[in-house]
Each structure stands twice: as C-alpha cells, then as structure tokens.
Write a protein that binds this ligand. Structure first.
Ligand code: PLP
Length: 379
C-alpha cells in the first residue's frame, strides 16, 4: 500500500535541495565555528551566510536573527524574556496559541511574574481586535503574543492590524509564524513586529532548528548561558548543519512560493469541496474563507460513534493526517484549540495539511478513504 502524507502542519519532508546544502557540513566543514583556525572560520562563514540569507528574505538586519533549537525555544525566549528583561507586566495572548506560548503564559500567571489577559476570539478563531484595543488602553508595559496562523485551524490573524494597535499603545508584539514562514512573505521593515518565531521543519527544512527575530530596539538577554555563541544571545555550539539547512529551505520556499501556493491552495479547495459535498453534516473548522492558511484544512464531522478511531482508521488505510496539533499528532485526544472555539460540541475533528509534494491523486484518495471510514455502507 502506498502511504499518503497529509500531516504537513506537524512536520514536512526534507527538500532534496536542502539535503544537498547540508551535505558539505556533514563531511568537510566540521570545525567549531568559535575556533579561529581555518576549519572554524569556514563553519562560521556558513552560519553567517545563513543569517544574511534569512535577514535578506525578511528585510531585517542579520544581527536581529538568533538561531535556536526549535520554534518552541524561540517562543519561550520571546515571552519569558520580555517579562524578565523588558519590564513587561501584562501579557495579552489568546487561548488558541501553541502550547509553546500558552504554557509560558500560564507559568507567568502562576508565578505572578506577569498578569495574563486571554483575548476574546471571533467565531472563526481570529483575534478580536476591539477587545485587544480595550486591553491595550487599560494596561501599560504590555507584550502581545498572537500567532500568525493557527496550526490546527489554519485561521490567520492580520499582523499589520495587530502590530499597528500595539505601536499605538506602546506595547511589544510577538508573533509565532511557525506555520506561515516559507508560505507567506514577511517584510519586517513594514510590519510593526518586535519578535517573530520560526521553525525550519514546517517548510521542508530539518527538525531541531529555528530562530527568533528580535528587533534591535527590543534586545533580550540569553536564556541559555555558558558561551558567547549567537553574538552572546544563545550559548552552546551551533547546530551548523541545521542552520545552513534552514536558510536553504527558506531560500527555496520563497523562490518557488507563488507556484507552490497556487498548487497547494488548489489541493485544499478540491478536498474541501469534495468532503462537504459527499459527507452529510461535515463543516470547516475555523475560517472557511480563502484568507485561511492554504496548507491546512480542518474538518468537523458529526458524531457517528467512530470519532475516536477516525485517525487510526485513516492510518490503517494509508492516510496520515491528524486530529489535533503536532504534539498530539496520531492521537485524536482533545484539542485546547477546538475546545476554546467550539466548547461542548460533539463530533470528530480531522486536520489535513498539504505540501508541495502532494498531488490531486493524494487528496482524491484521502477524501475517498474518509468517506468510507465515516459513512456506514449504503449511505
Ligand atoms: N508554534 C506552532 C504554531 C507550531 O505549529 C509548532 C509546531 O507544531 C511550534 C510552535 C513548535 O515548533 P517546534 O516543533 O520547532 O518546537
């Protein structure tokens, strides 16, 4: 049986061009980038070239990019760091953030290091900007942390609108762009953003590497100490292979962005139309409009008694998809995102997430399997 991978919001397959770019750093370029000899200098050059590539693609300064071990680390650094180092006393965030932000906010709440304000959401999961403005008016020394696109639903926030409000009231703005980096363009000269989180494995780079963009006006102290790496921002010998690969993955993603966006959007539309037409009672979770993240389709299915087994049954038929976020990928246990948006609702939720490597045949087969799994014979 040929297996079909439709769980690209959890992680993606490495791009062959990225593998190619990693190879020299697995063979001949093995010096420690902190060493002053030629071996070290060559490794250092690879890292700095990668940093320049990322900065060029995002329209920021290379010194504003700090490579991290993952998106989770970058999220932790931005939220914990702004409370510790920048005098933040109030954190405004939403109940549908990734746990890498949500759990940090809860920890700050528990220790009373900051007061956390949970933003109201619109029915499609977008931030309620009127509520945001109310909160910003009422408080000072604020960090707003709101993700660009939700990893489960695909609902996208308007970064320009949120950032503009933050600037108006003097608040700092962090956004988790883990699901959108490499899939949408970002111009940090224009966007009023102070911190931005990226993870390479969501756009065909390797796992275990990401970065935090930190505007030069909002510099944090390191969270990991014990060395001068990353310009004193993060101690520890650098993951050179990962860093070089991240930059290559970004370069490839932005080079081919328009073509891939068209291709993937068409796959998502095709699958959504087919499911909604063929499965009675099915609906789209989150934002059903074309504004939603084109790589993610989250479907609600009425409870037919087989909800818990849905993801397992899809897998048995060779379709890899998810019932929640990446961390619960493969299990269909409750999702804090679905619970926050649709409290108490019965039924099953299933997330299909697409990449440039998927085909029309993949989505047709997945839709056919879903129909078979969900609908009793003869319906
Ligand atoms: N933020 C979002 C929105 C995500 O989807 C993920 C991964 O699932 C992360 C953060 C965590 O990234 P990483 O796996 O690199 O720690």
């Amino acid at each position: 049986m040929e297996r079909i991978y439709l769980d690209n919001a959890a992680t993606t397959q490495l791009d062959p061009e990225v593998i190619e770019a990693m190879l020299p750093y697995m063979h001949e370029v093995y010096g420690n980038p902190s060493a002053i000899h030629a071996f070290g200098r060559k490794a250092r050059a690879g890292i700095e070239q990668a940093r320049r590539m990322v900065a060029k693609l995002l329209h920021c300064a290379p010194g504003e990019i700090v490579f991290t071990s993952c998106g989770t680390e970058a999220d932790n650094m931005a939220v914990f760091g702004s409370v510790r180092d920048l005098g933040v006393k109030h954190v405004i965030t939403s109940p549908i953030e990734h746990h890498a932000v949500e759990h940090v906010a809860q920890a700050l709440e528990r220790t009373k290091e900051a007061e956390v304000h949970w933003l109201r959401l619109q029915p499609d999961g977008k931030a309620d900007l009127a509520h945001l403005e109310e909160l910003l008016k009422a408080h000072q020394n604020v960090l707003v942390s709101l993700m660009h696109a939700n990893n489960e639903l695909g609902t996208r926030n308007d970064l320009m609108a949120i950032g503009t409000l933050c600037r108006k009231y003097g608040a700092l703005f962090h956004t988790d762009t883990v699901q959108t980096m490499g899939h949408y363009r970002f111009d940090l000269e224009q966007l009023p953003i102070d911190f931005l989180t990226c993870s390479a494995h969501k756009f065909h780079g390797p796992k275990g590497v990401g970065f935090l963009y930190m505007r030069s006006s909002s510099v944090l102290r390191p969270m990991i100490v014990g060395g001068a790496q990353e310009r004193n921002m993060r101690a520890g010998t650098e993951n050179i292979i990962g860093i070089v690969a991240l930059a290559k993955a970004m370069e490839v993603a932005y080079r081919d962005l328009d073509e891939h966006q068209r291709h993937i959007q068409a796959l998502k539309d095709r699958m959504r139309e087919r499911i909604l037409a063929n499965i009675p009672g099915s609906s789209v979770n989150g934002d059903p409009s074309p504004d939603s993240l084109y790589t993610v389709l989250n479907i609600h299915l009425p409870d037919d008694g087989k909800a818990e087994m849905l993801i397992y049954n899809m897998d048995i038929e060779g379709i890899a998809c998810s019932g929640g976020s990446a961390c619960s990928s493969g299990s269909n246990k409750g999702s804090h995102v679905i619970d926050a948006l649709y409290p108490g609702r019965m039924g099953a939720n299933i997330r299909f997430s697409f990449s440039k490597f998927n085909t029309e045949a993949d989505v047709d087969r997945a839709a056919e399997v879903l129909e078979k799994v969900v609908m009793p014979v003869g319906v």
